[in-house]
Ligand binder design. Structure first.
Ligand code: PLP
Length: 284
């Protein structure tokens, strides 16, 4: 495929970076993954704003405008087989021959982007949706989970916990047994038709799908919506649990730690939420 590296488009095999890149040596960088369906992005502005905030919070200066990013995305779609493509954007602090911890002052950030084929967007159909079986764990990641850092070892290890059990995700609780998020998704809890998700803080990523879904539900449904602390007990007694992420949109969880969630089938509130998301996602 054709990828973008530091201003150039080239075949992936020809894209080379130095082993002294701080992205490689320290995981010192920020990334984004943005879905496109037939060339149309979902949540473009929110993804770019989150990346710019992440870069500024770790002191990487990069003068790419929103239009520059849009152009890179459009080019990655048009230069590759079109259809549905995920766009991966990655900015590392750049290459520094010293491998010293301090932020170097005189390096240029490395900017890399590639695209990959993704399945068609999920549809609000109980019989077709992929339902998730998940496990749980104490959240053992760092305390800056609001930064979309390329240092993903904590997330990778938590994700692997589920794989080793034949499951598909791990949902995480802090030391106070409060829900944070999952290893690669945000989490929503439904009880008596009230939809709740953890409030944003340093313990979780401000997911773009989370943001869009909350906005869509508030504007286009009558469900009560809450952003607040959610206890483990509430999670274990929920009628429905959902995962949200750019690739999954809203995904129903049907078992948690081998116990059924609610009655163990995909819920009606999920169906309504995914239907609204499908209908309005390009407008936010
Ligand atoms: N939480 C984590 C840890 C993630 O890696 C992701 C990314 O997919 C999400 C949540 C969901 O974020 P988004 O909806 O922006 O894809």
């Amino acid at each position: 495929s054709i990828v973008f590296l530091n201003g150039e488009y080239l075949p992936q095999e020809q894209a080379k970076i130095s082993p002294m890149d701080r992205g490689f040596l320290f995981g010192d960088g920020i990334y984004e993954v943005i879905p496109t369906y037939q060339g149309k992005t979902v949540g473009f502005i929110a993804h770019i704003e989150r990346m710019q905030q992440g870069l500024s919070s770790i002191g990487i200066k990069l003068d790419y405008s929103r239009d520059d990013w849009q152009q890179i995305i459009d080019n990655l779609v048009s230069k590759n087989e079109s259809g549905n493509r995920g766009i991966y954007l990655h900015v590392s602090r750049g290459t520094d021959s010293k491998r010293a911890h301090a932020y170097p002052t005189d390096v240029t950030p490395t900017v890399f982007a590639f695209s990959f084929e993704i399945p068609a967007a999920p549809t609000p159909d109980k019989s077709k949706v992929k339902a998730f079986n998940v496990t749980s764990s104490e959240d053992l990641r760092w305390k800056r989970c609001n930064i979309k850092s390329t240092s993903l070892l904590g997330n990778v290890m938590h994700f692997q916990q589920s794989q080793d059990l034949g499951m598909q995700e791990t949902i995480l609780f802090n030391q106070q047994q409060q829900l944070t998020e999952a290893s690669s998704c945000n989490v929503f809890v439904v009880k008596n038709e009230v939809i709740a998700t953890p409030a944003l803080d340093n313990q979780l990523l401000p997911g773009v799908t989370r943001k869009l879904l909350l906005a869509i539900l508030r504007e286009h449904s009558n469900y009560k919506i809450e952003e607040r602390v959610i206890s483990m007990e509430e999670v274990r007694n929920a009628d429905e649990l959902w995962l949200t992420s750019s690739s999954k949109e809203v995904a129903p969880i049907i078992t948690l730690d081998e116990k059924p969630v609610g009655d163990g089938s995909v819920g009606d509130v999920w169906q309504a939420a995914q239907a609204l998301f499908s209908q309005y996602k390009y407008q936010y």
